[in-house]
Design a binder for this molecule. Structure first.
Ligand code: FAD
Length: 463
C-alpha cells in the first residue's frame, strides 16, 4: 500500500503527540504517526503501578488538552502541591489526545506499525501483526520522536546476570510479589528506585528490611519549586536560586553546595558525595521517608545476582532466598548526544528548555509551522541533552537561559510560549505583583547574565 502525508512522525509517545498537536493547531498539513506499540503513550504503556508524574499534570501532555483539573492535593505526601497524574491517567489522556488528532481528519495514527527507514518508494513502515509493508511518501519531513525514547524496567535488557535461585523482579511486579518476601533489595540510584523504596515504606515495610544498592548518589530537586499557576512564584524562586548559585559558584562542587544550602537540590544522604543529576524531583516528605533506609550498598553497579550473593563492580554483598531484588536499573531518559533538531528532510525532537519535554516538542511543532529556514528554526530550538551527572547542570542551564532570551526577542514565539499550557511559568504575569514573585524575578534578572557567563567558564570547552 502506498500512502502519503506531509509529515511522518515516528513515535506516538509524549513527544510525538505533543509535536503533532502543536503543528496541527498552526498548519493545514497531513500527518501520519506510527508506533510499533499497539497504542499511543510510549513508555507510559509500561508504567509501574505506583508511578505518577513527578511534575504536576498542569504543564504535562499536549498543548490543546488539559491533563487533570489543576487541583491542589489536600492530603498525602503531595499535600499542598498540584495533582500529579497516575500512569493509567496519563495513558488514558494520551489515548484521548491521539483520538482528538484523528478527528481533525488530518492526522492518522498507525499503532502497531514500525518504521524501518527509507525505502526505494518512500519511508518503509511494517504492520507488526501481519508483516505487511507500506511505503509512506513524505512530502515534507520525517519526525524522529523516539530519539530520546525512554528505557524502563519492564522492557529494558537487564544489565546484570541472574543465577538460578535468585529472586529478581522488575519494579512493575512489586505490588503483586512483595507479600512473598521478608526482605527487599532495591537496585538503582534514580527516581524509580526511590519510588520503589517509598512504596515499600508506605506499605508498612520497616526500613531495616530494605537494602538499597546505589551505584551513584543522586541529586533531586525539591518539588515545591515546580508548582505552577497560583504557586508560580515558587518556580520563579527556584529559578532565582539557580541563577544566584550559578553566578557565584567557584567550581562544580561549590555550585552544588550552594544549591543544596539554598534548598534547591537535596541528596538522600547529605554525608555522601553525589555525582548523579537526572533532573528528577522529590517532596520533602518523600526525602524524609527515604532517609530512614540505612542499609545502603555503595560498591558500584550490580554484575550478577546469585542465590546467596550479589556481585558488584567493587565487591560483594550477601543475599538470600527470601530476599526480593527489585530491578530499578533502567536508564529512564535517554543519554543520546545533541544533534540539530531541524535537518534536511527530518526533525529530531530533543530537549530545549530544561525539564520540559512536552513543552519542547510542542514548541518544535510551532516553530516548524511558523518559520521557513532551518537555521532560524535551530536558532530558536537548539538541542540541550538530558543531564546525567553534575557536570551536565551548568551547560543545561546556560543553554536554557540563552535560548529563553532569544524567544523574548521574537514576538510570535514569546506569545506562543506565554499562552502555552505546557509552559510552567504561564501564570507568572498574573502573580508578578505579589511580593515574593516580584523579589524572585528581580533576583533572577540580576544574576542570570553573570550566571550564564560563569557557567560557561565552569563548563569549559563543552559549551
Ligand atoms: C518513568 C518516567 C517518568 C517520567 N515522568 C515525567 C514527568 O513527570 N514530567 C515530565 O515532564 N516528563 C516525565 N518523563 C519524561 C517524558 O514524559 C517523556 O517520557 C520523555 O520525554 C520521552 O518521551 P518520548 O515520547 O520521547 O519517548 P517514549 O515515551 O519512549 O516513546 C517513543 C515511542 O517511539 C516508538 N518507536 C521507537 N522506535 C520506533 C520505530 N522504529 N517505529 C515505530 N515506533 C517506534 C516506541 O514504541 C515508543 O512508543 C518521564 C519519563 C519516564 C521514563
Amino acid at each position: 500500500m502506498l500512502v502519503n502525508a506531509d509529515y511522518l512522525i515516528v513515535g506516538a509517545g509524549a513527544t510525538g503527540l505533543a509535536f503533532a498537536d502543536a503543528l496541527a493547531a498552526e498548519a493545514d498539513v497531513e500527518m501520519i504517526i506510527v508506533d510499533r506499540q499497539p497504542a499511543p503513550g510510549g513508555h507510559w504503556l509500561h508504567a509501574y503501578p505506583f508511578l505518577r508524574l513527578h511534575t504536576p499534570s498542569a504543564y504535562y501532555g499536549v498543548n490543546s488538552l488539559a491533563l487533570g483539573d489543576d487541583r491542589v492535593d489536600r492530603a498525602g505526601e503531595n499535600a499542598g502541591c498540584y495533582e500529579r497524574a497516575t500512569g493509567s491517567e496519563v495513558r488514558e489522556y494520551f489515548a484521548e489526545a491521539a483520538a482528538r488528532l484523528a478527528r481533525t481528519g488530518r492526522v492518522r495514527l498507525l499503532a502497531g506499525h514500525e518504521h524501518l527507514g527509507g525505502g526505494s518508494n518512500g519511508e518503509l513502515v511494517r504492520d507488526v501483526s501481519t508483516g505487511e509493508l507500506h511505503d509512506v511518501v513524505v512530502r515534507r519531513k520525517v519526525v524522529d520522536a523516539r530519539y530520546l525514547q525512554a528505557s524502563v524496567p519492564a522492557t529494558h535488557v537487564r544489565p546484570f546476570d541472574v543465577a538460578p535461585g535468585a529472586r529478581v523482579i522488575p519494579v512493575n511486579d512489586l505490588p503483586q510479589t512483595a507479600g512473598s518476601a521478608s526482605c527487599y533489595t532495591v537496585l538503582g540510584a534514580g527516581k524509580t528506585a526511590a519510588d520503589a523504596c517509598t512504596w515499600l515504606l508506605d506499605n508498612d515495610i520497616e526500613p531495616d528490611r530494605i537494602r538499597w544498592i546505589r551505584p551513584r548518589e543522586a541529586w533531586f530537586y525539591d518539588r515545591r519549586h515546580f508548582q505552577p499557576l497560583q504557586q508560580v512564584g515558587a518556580i520563579m524562586e527556584g529559578q532565582s536560586l539557580d541563577a544566584e548559585a550559578g553566578a557565584c559558584a567557584t567550581g562544580i562542587e561549590d555550585l552544588f553546595e550552594r544549591l543544596e544550602a539554598a534548598g534547591r537540590l537535596a541528596r538522600i544522604d547529605p554525608s555522601a558525595p553525589a555525582t548523579m543529576f537526572r533532573g528528577t524531583m522529590l517532596s520533602a516528605g518523600e526525602l524524609a521517608a527515604l532517609r530512614q533506609i540505612e542499609d545502603v550498598v555503595r560498591l558500584g553497579r550490580v554484575r550478577r545476582i546469585e542465590a546467596g550473593r550479589i556481585v558488584l563492580e567493587r565487591g560483594e554483598a550477601e543475599t538470600g532466598p527470601d530476599v526480593l531484588h527489585v530491578d530499578c536499573t533502567a536508564l529512564g531518559l535517554s543519554n543520546a548526544p545533541a544533534t540539530a533538531i531541524f535537518q534536511p528532510g527530518q526533525i529530531v525532537l530533543q530537549q530545549v528548555r530544561y525539564l520540559s519535554p512536552t513543552f519542547n516538542a510542542a514548541l518544535a511543532g510551532f516553530v516548524e509551522a511558523s518559520r521557513d529556514d532551518d537555521a532560524d528554526k535551530n536558532r530558536l530550538c537548539p538541542p540541550n541533552p538530558y543531564p546525567s551527572t553534575i557536570e551536565d547542570w551548568p551547560p543545561m542551564m546556560s543553554r536554557t537561559w540563552t535560548t529563553e532570551m532569544r524567544w523574548l526577542s521574537e514576538p510570535d514565539v514569546s506569545a506562543w510560549v506565554a499562552a502555552s499550557r505546557l509552559n510552567l511559568l504561564r501564570a507568572l504575569p498574573d502573580h508578578a505583583a505579589e511580593p515574593s514573585a516580584q523579589s524572585a524575578v528581580q533576583r533572577f534578572l540580576s544574576h542570570v547574565t553573570s550566571a550564564t557567563e560563569r557557567l560557561a567558564q565552569l563548563t569549559g570547552p563543552r559549551t
